[in-house]
Design a protein around this ligand. Structure first.
Ligand code: SF4
Length: 253
């Protein structure tokens, strides 16, 4: 059972948003588009789409610039209903598909045999096995043969992501990795979302600041960092906990 989260919600992304472009925004946007063009030239290249606001911005740019970057999303079979609904709406709005990448049935059987869902909250090895089989392994398989992948990581998201590179060789997966929004602030992100009417998850309006699988995501408290709602029972620190997919982001160049 999901640990209780009876909290005073801080509507992190509902604070006043900028009505005019943040300082340096146009230059940042140009740099991001240029980086996406460089990524698109490294065919085949994919966007790992989590349906986060960041990935929605990247998807919008890829679609409107008609860049040769396909999109994939990890369907862990534990996604919130709101994420599935946004997935459907996004494909309709842009006329572009987001390919579903699911765990192997045999891996799900291994997981079911290893522990119950509630063990996620009491045994870190179970949680890591779950992330490994539902997320990391499917991602690893889909990245085989790709030249590059694109993610929505930003340095402002957490201390643990403070040294995310714009572009680097991802030794963990063996291909080039692009983070075109690495230098964007929260204001940059939400200014773009508002001015371009980019659809985003309704969970942001319910106090969620970082959205993953339903069992492992909650709204954040008034005094918490944006990523504190992810795997909060393990490490509720400003650095944030990572599932393994982006661990290499901070220690490779
Ligand atoms: S985030 Fe939670 S439910 Fe999703 S794969 Fe990781 S442990 Fe499993």
């Amino acid at each position: 059972m999901k640990p209780s989260n009876a909290i005073s919600i801080r509507r992190w992304y509902q604070r006043p948003r900028p009505l005019s472009a943040p300082d340096g925004f146009e230059d940042k946007l140009s740099q991001s588009v240029e980086l996406l063009r460089v990524a698109a030239a490294m065919t085949p290249c994919v966007l790992a789409h989590s349906l986060s606001a960041e990935d929605m911005v990247l998807f919008h740019l890829i679609a409107t610039k008609d860049l040769a970057i396909d999109s994939i999303a990890l369907d862990t079979h534990r996604l919130p209903v709101a994420t599935r609904e946004l997935w459907r709406i996004t494909e309709m709005k842009y006329g572009r598909s987001i390919r579903s990448v699911a765990p192997l049935d045999s891996d799900l059987a291994t997981l079911a045999a290893a522990a119950s869902d509630s063990a996620l909250y009491t045994d870190k090895s179970v949680r890591e096995l779950c992330c490994g089989l539902r997320k990391t392994q499917p991602l690893r398989m889909v990245l085989v043969g790709k030249a590059a992948w694109v993610t929505g990581l930003r340095r402002a998201q957490s201390l643990g992501r403070s040294d995310v590179h714009d572009q680097h060789f991802d030794a963990a997966f063996g291909l080039e990795k692009f983070n075109p929004l690495a230098h964007w602030t929260d204001d940059d992100l939400w200014y773009f979302v508002d001015t371009h009417r980019v659809p985003v998850s309704t969970l942001y309006d319910r106090g969620y600041a970082s959205i993953g699988c339903d069992p492992c995501t909650r709204p954040i408290r008034a005094d918490e960092h944006p990523r504190a709602g992810r795997w909060w029972w393990e490490a509720n620190t400003a650095t944030g906990t990572e599932c393994g997919i982006h661990i290499a982001a901070t220690n490779t160049n």
